[in-house]
Write a protein that binds this ligand. Structure first.
Ligand SMILES: Cc1ncc(COP(=O)(O)O)c(C=O)c1O
Length: 317
């Protein structure tokens, strides 16, 4: 399996990949835990965009690190000036691309800016590219490991949960500089142990035979994203962004109610969404909607969302 992954990684990174530098993990979750717990010591500064996938902050907290959240620009991309400032003296920068929860895709020029900010430093990067096959921008997706100045300091974190919809199989992998992967392997061996053979066999079949399915599902998610966005456009008080990747919409809302309360209210109306605040303080007054669902569920869910927000608005008037 690691030989197949090495071949895949060589196509992305454009350099030779040694199988010894690949660690097969129990999903992206265990890969992220092994990386963060092996890199971060108490007091280390860890820079994390805000909002972003919530696991990063939780893991840095477990390791005793100091989280430095960096608010995004209005278009939900990085605010490069703020990022450059925050990165001074950082032990680690963790990000995902495409992004859960915002659905945006960081461009090659954003990654080049990151590369230049880190030039001459010993800051480590974790690039969580769980959704790399789900890019709808029409531009070729740029992985952090394509850029030499990032590759030399980056743990690339990948999973079979999104591209192959193998979430329940719990398998993913890390690739990066040998010393970082060896440290992560010690944590993974201690907390998780090796992956079982059956799951590795299934993942190998996915890599070898499921390319056409991944492409078909990418198109399906892109269509579902547009379907959800069109339906959301009819709901007053929501601010929408264009779906660029992953399978999420992250609309802002204009009610002066915390997102946790909005979500609890909506659940009573029969629709489940995530509160924006779960992804960082700057995610407040947003909701995260997933369109990894059927067309019918998306249309019915958005209808209930609209009715629920209307009822909430009237109850607070
Ligand atoms: C950005 C990102 N990374 C990693 C994961 C973890 O996925 P898994 O542990 O199923 O591989 C998720 C799951 O939602 C995610 O959104």
């Amino acid at each position: 399996m690691r030989e197949a992954l090495a071949e895949k990684l060589e196509q992305v990174a454009g350099v030779a990949v040694s199988t010894g530098d690949i660690l097969v993990t129990q999903g992206g979750t265990a890969g992220l835990a092994a990386s963060i717990l092996s890199i971060v010591n108490p007091g280390d500064r860890v820079v994390i965009p805000d909002p972003t996938y919530s696991l990063y902050v939780d893991l840095v907290g477990m390791a005793g690190g100091e989280v430095v959240p960096v608010p995004l620009a209005d278009d939900l991309h990085w605010d490069l000036d703020r990022l450059a400032d925050a990165l001074r003296g950082a032990r680690l920068f963790v990000f995902c691309n495409p992004v859960n929860p915002t659905g945006i895709v960081h461009s090659r020029s954003e990654l080049e800016a990151l590369e230049s900010f880190l030039d001459g430093t010993d800051t480590v990067v974790i690039s969580d590219e769980a959704y790399s096959d789900l890019d709808f921008t029409g531009r070729p997706f740029t992985s952090a490991i394509e850029l030499p100045g990032l590759r030399e300091r980056t743990i690339y974190c990948q999973t079979f949960s999104k591209s192959y919809a193998m979430t329940g199989w719990r398998i993913g992998y890390l690739w990066g500089p040998s010393d970082l992967i060896q440290a992560a392997a010690r944590i993974h061996n201690t907390f998780n142990g090796s992956m079982n053979t059956v799951v590795q066999d299934a993942a190998l079949v996915a890599i070898q035979t499921c390319g056409p399915d991944v492409a078909r599902m990418r198109d399906a998610y892109q269509r579902r994203g547009a379907l959800m966005r069109d339906a959301l456009a009819g709901i007053p008080g929501l601010t929408l962004s264009a779906p660029e990747g992953a399978f999420y919409q992250f609309p802002g809302y204009d009610l002066d109610v915390p997102s946790v309360e909005v979500v609890a209210f909506l659940r009573e109306q029969g629709v489940a969404v995530r509160p924006g605040a779960e992804f960082g303080a700057n995610g407040e007054h947003h909701l995260r909607l997933s369109y990894a669902a059927s067309d019918e569920a998306i249309v019915a869910g958005v209808e209930r969302l609209g009715a629920g927000l209307d009822a909430l608005r009237r109850s607070r008037a």
